[in-house]
Design a protein around this ligand. Sequence first.
Ligand code: BTN
Length: 320
Amino acid sequence: MNFEELLAILADGEFHSGEELSGALGVSRTTVWKQVARLQELGVEVNAVKGRGYRLRQDVDLLSLSEIYRHLGDRACDTFAHIDLELTVESTNRVAASANVTPYICLAEMQTAGRGRRGREWVSPFATNIYLSLAWRFTEATASLDSLSLCVAVAMARALRNLTCSNVDLKWPNDLLFEGRKLAGILLEASGEVGGPIRVIIGIGLNVAMTQGQGAAIDQDWISLDEVATKPLSRNKVVAAILDEMAEALPAFEQQGFAGFEKDWREFDCLINKSVELRLGSGVIAGVARGVDATGALLIQQGDSIKLYRGGEVSVRVSQ
Ligand code: BTN
């Protein structure tokens, strides 16, 4: 037995006795107890009550494919026919990379080795956030994928705005922030032959209801959607809103590149006219952010000259 089978039974939020679980899973009660301990180690909140058994924290809001499809618009329903929902995976990006259909979506309740940009870990506790990877194939005719990460960020910001979470900011190239605290991150991973079609995995991590304890290991300021939204939101509805926007945004990007996103980018851009530092492999560029060009490259002004940058990690200078 692995703990996923146990989790699947506990997911109904009801009490299950050790005896019932050992019978259903075909293992000893000691093994059940050990797997409960393993779940608890992974941060899954399992209550163990003498005489009643085990149950998941009552208010756990689990993802459900039927709920997601119920909220999904027609276009997204047609576009995303393959959605897998897993309880635990190492990384949804990894699962999506090895899937043999495209478009393909992997969602998970938890990641044991969630990946962030620049080799960082993406903290991924159970049933609190959204971990979503979307595989999409771009034809060789798509001019440049440079601005794709900005387009995905704009699509995410539009989805959150539709859910009444306004005042979400975008930090180049693709961080979603609220009042300077990170709300969501996007990790793009591409594979394909030069000159041929490119399969891109768009990995989205969105904090929805993470507690301070669960996010203690995160080394930057962060925030969850439940602190930002004007009303309580189910994760299923949030996933559907994201997929609705992706089903519009990805074909639009294929047809017009960044052009269809530039205006919204400007509206959400939180770096514009701020003193920033851009960390590159070769050093640090300090200047004033002047938005992005038509390809999504970051414009930084130093003295009278404005240069464009396609990579690096940007931050607002503390002196501001
Ligand atoms: C960042 O560092 O800002 C990007 C974070 C991306 C995290 C998401 S969670 C779903 C997908 N699977 C991963 O392992 N990473 C991405």
